[in-house]
Design a protein around this ligand. Structure first.
Ligand code: KIV
Length: 302
């Protein structure tokens, strides 16, 4: 596709002062909708461990699961650049393992780049991925895979010392070759400083308006979970309400017999004879039913 977003497009957006819109996606249907809406970057985030799988952290997400979801999202995406998260323990144990796992997300999952959490401790991994021609997005500030070390999901970089460390890590990651950096849950003044010092784009989540782009978890921005309302999330829809209303209407019609009506049912051109049991041998030459073609079922036309 001519205007497919690449890592180079994102750098150009920063130079032109055009803000980048990134949203998480975990399946082909959402990927297609978000892509059609004009999202620049689709992140197959390991947040799927929480919003799709129902865990209370991202830690249980496996490489196989990430490959599976990346493959689904890349099938649905057309224009957007797709980034796949490297899950917990897929890159922490060593450079060679990191390269193999990132390679799986690209080769099997079809993503255009990978994201990893952490700073100076992973510069060797970032460089090795660069040598393997795998672009890397960094992630600093609140890094959910370090939840136990951080002692919870809390704002990072509030002290001078912590802010200096984040800025220094950002510069080191840029030198090591990352093409963009997620800043999560840091004060907006720090995010501004980092964004001004870096040549590569920053993408914020709970990091204020000065970042070069913003990312939100799609379920959060669409209002899928009314119980989850952290300060940094703005809901742009009430899908929880919309879905609940639609499903209740369906149930009501099922229970009253109003659904399915004639418009949603198939009928035979002539009244069918009463079905007679066919001997088992007839199975061999099973005949294809002639008639109305359904095409693919379950939603996504191909
Ligand atoms: O996993 C994820 O969805 C993320 C974003 C929220 C930045 O890392």
């Amino acid at each position: 596709m001519k205007d497919k977003v690449t890592i180079h497009t994102l750098r150009k957006f920063k130079t032109e002062g055009r803000k980048i819109g990134m949203v998480t996606a975990y399946d082909a249907t959402f990927a297609r909708i978000l892509d059609d809406a004009g999202v620049d970057v689709l992140l197959v985030g390991d947040s799927l461990g929480m919003v799709v799988q129902g865990h209370d952290s991202t830690l249980p997400v496996t490489m196989d699961q990430m490959v599976y979801h990346c493959r689904a999202v890349t099938r649905g995406a057309r224009r957007a650049h797709v980034v796949g998260d490297l899950p917990f323990m897929s890159y922490q144990a060593g450079v060679e393992e990191a390269v193999r796992n990132a390679g799986r997300l690209v080769a099997e999952g079809g993503v255009g780049s990978v994201k990893l959490e952490g700073g100076r401790e992973f510069l060797d991994v970032v460089r090795a991925l660069g040598r393997a021609s795998i672009p890397v997005m960094g992630h600093l500030g609140l890094t959910p895979q370090s939840v136990h070390k951080l002692g919870g999901y809390t704002v990072q970089g509030r002290s001078d010392e912590a802010a200096e460390r984040i800025l220094a890590d950002a510069l080191l990651l840029q030198d090591a070759g990352i093409y963009a950096l997620v800043l999560e849950a840091v004060p907006l003044e720090l995010a501004r400083q980092v964004s001004e010092r870096l040549e590569i784009p920053t993408i914020g989540i709970g990091a204020g308006v000065h970042c070069d782009g913003q990312v939100l978890v799609c379920y959060d921005l669409l209002g899928m979970n009314p119980e989850f309302k952290p300060k940094f999330v703005k809901r742009y829809a009430d899908l929880h309400g919309g879905i609940t209303g639609a499903v209740q209407a369906f149930l009501e019609e099922v229970r009253s017999g109003a659904f399915p009506d004639a418009a949603h049912s198939f009928s035979a051109p002539v009244q069918p004879r009463p079905v007679r049991l066919v001997p088992a041998a007839a199975k061999d030459g099973a005949q294809e039913e002639q008639g109305e073609r359904l095409g693919p079922v379950y939603g996504v036309p191909v």
